[in-house]
Design a protein around this ligand. Structure first.
Ligand code: HEM
Length: 405
């Protein structure tokens, strides 16, 4: 076949692919000459460790830390990831070099979905003052944000959108706009919810007990803990009342349950940062352009800091006189991150989650659908989710139906 017979688009693609492979090889040679980067698994030529990544990335990275130590590297295509798994190294990244680690790289999908980076969570440190809108996220969008996109690992292929991620993100953004507008219209037409009905289910205590997988399962709520929750809610709020804001500071056990849940199941188990200049962490060189991932999950499950970390034990957060809070000051417990890019919504999240959880538990009985078993295993998309979505059936439990109006 004559070379001229080949379609020009095919020729250009082949040329780009060859160039990107060459670039990767040059980068690889350059980086392997820098022997002071942390240790790590080798992976394949060009793609590096990409083929070995799993959906439960936080577990995989924790397993690798057992093999390579609390700081290790992964090469993913053109990109270098450095993974941090210990509070002492975390201190270097989030305290000593906080300014250097204030930025985050943006994936193609994130760039489109955040209306061109106007979202505070992704904006570079310098531009944060300028943000003007913060969009509501939907589940599909979160998934797309971390969908592996070849361009994110091989920037030389920019503009080709080989996997259609950019197109998918644009379509999703249009859908979100429509959803938001529909919701606003619907709410304006119909501001009142339909009345609730009570189908006379059994006692709340029994229903929560049903949620337990097995009698001796220590990974989720046990009988005594459930009892403590119910007794506290009954005493502080009472069955003739709904939960109100002033009840919340008195619900110590509920607070401990929330903290223990966020320890074992942090919403964001991996927190990424991109150093604005090369620096040293744990004695290793962290090159500019790399991505440093703090493994929040493994820090909060570290047996050196936590007694029986795989046991769901809210009691560990009781009676510590505020030692454990969400500020990120104690680097063993950082469900909202730490340092200058820690969660900007802590005061709101703290109030809302406590209030919603207390209201849900106090006002309704919850049970699993018949035959269903509780499964606590997780999977990582942008945020940590239950591997099997939880379906529970609520039924009103308060003594007065007018409390539901
Ligand atoms: C239970 C609820 C929440 C949890 C567990 C949570 C957790 C987190 C975590 C772990 C981070 C990353 C911190 C880091 O990388 O060091 C983060 C960032 C952020 N969160 Fe939250 N968050 C929650 C709710 C909220 C709410 C309600 C808001 C807004 C009203 C919010 C706004 C933000 C923003 C803007 C950032 C980015 C901050 C920055 O990069 O400068 N979060 N959150």
């Amino acid at each position: 076949m004559n070379l001229l017979d080949v379609h020009p688009a095919l020729l250009i693609s082949a040329l780009i692919l060859t160039l990107s492979i060459l670039c990767s090889i040059i980068k690889l040679i350059k980086s392997s000459s820098n022997t002071n980067t942390p240790p790590g698994p080798r992976g394949f030529p060009i793609v590096g460790y990409l083929p070995f990544l799993r959906r439960d990335l936080h577990h995989l990275l924790t397993e690798l830390s057992h093999q390579y130590g609390p700081i290790f590297k992964l090469r993913l295509g053109d990109k270098l990831w450095i993974v941090i798994n210990s509070p002492s190294l975390l201190k270097e990244v989030r305290r000593d070099h906080d300014i250097i680690f204030a930025n985050q790289d943006i994936t193609v999908a994130a760039r489109i979905i955040t209306y061109g980076l106007n979202d505070i969570a992704w904006s570079p440190e310098e531009a944060r003052q300028d943000f003007s809108r913060h969009i509501a996220a939907v589940v599909e969008i979160l998934d797309l944000l971390i969908k592996p996109n070849i361009y994110d690992f091989f920037p030389v292929l920019a503009g080709f959108d080989i996997q259609g991620v950019a197109k998918e993100a644009t379509t999703l953004l249009q859908r979100v706009d429509e959803i938001i507008e529909d919701t606003i219209h619907e709410w304006m037409k119909n501001p009142h919810d339909k009345p609730l009905t009570n189908d006379g289910r059994t006692d709340f205590m029994q229903i929560l007990v049903d949620l337990m997988q097995e009698e001796d399962n220590k990974a989720s709520l046990g009988k005594i803990q459930i009892k403590a929750l119910i007794v506290e809610l009954n005493e502080v709020v009472g069955l003739n009342n709904i939960v109100e804001e002033f009840h919340i500071p008195k619900l110590d056990y509920l607070d401990a349950v929330l903290k223990e849940t966020l320890r074992m199941h942090p919403v964001l188990p991996l927190s990424p940062r991109n150093p604005s200049q090369s620096c040293t962490v744990g004695g290793y060189t962290i090159p500019k352009g790399s991505t440093v991932l703090v493994n929040i999950w493994s820090v909060q499950m570290d047996p050196l800091a936590w007694d029986n970390p795989s046991e769901f034990r809210p009691e560990r957060f009781l009676g510590n006189n505020g030692k454990w809070d969400f500020s990120g000051n104690d680097l063993n417990y950082i469900p909202f991150g730490s340092g200058r890019r820690a969660c900007a919504g802590i005061p709101l999240a703290e109030r809302m989650v406590r209030y919603i959880l207390a209201s849900f538990l106090h006002s309704y009985e919850w049970r699993l659908p018949d035959e269903e078993k509780l499964d606590m295993s997780d999977k990582l998309l942008t945020t940590l989710r239950k591997r099997i979505p939880l379906i529970v059936v609520p039924a009103p439990r308060l003594s007065r139906s007018d409390l539901y109006e």
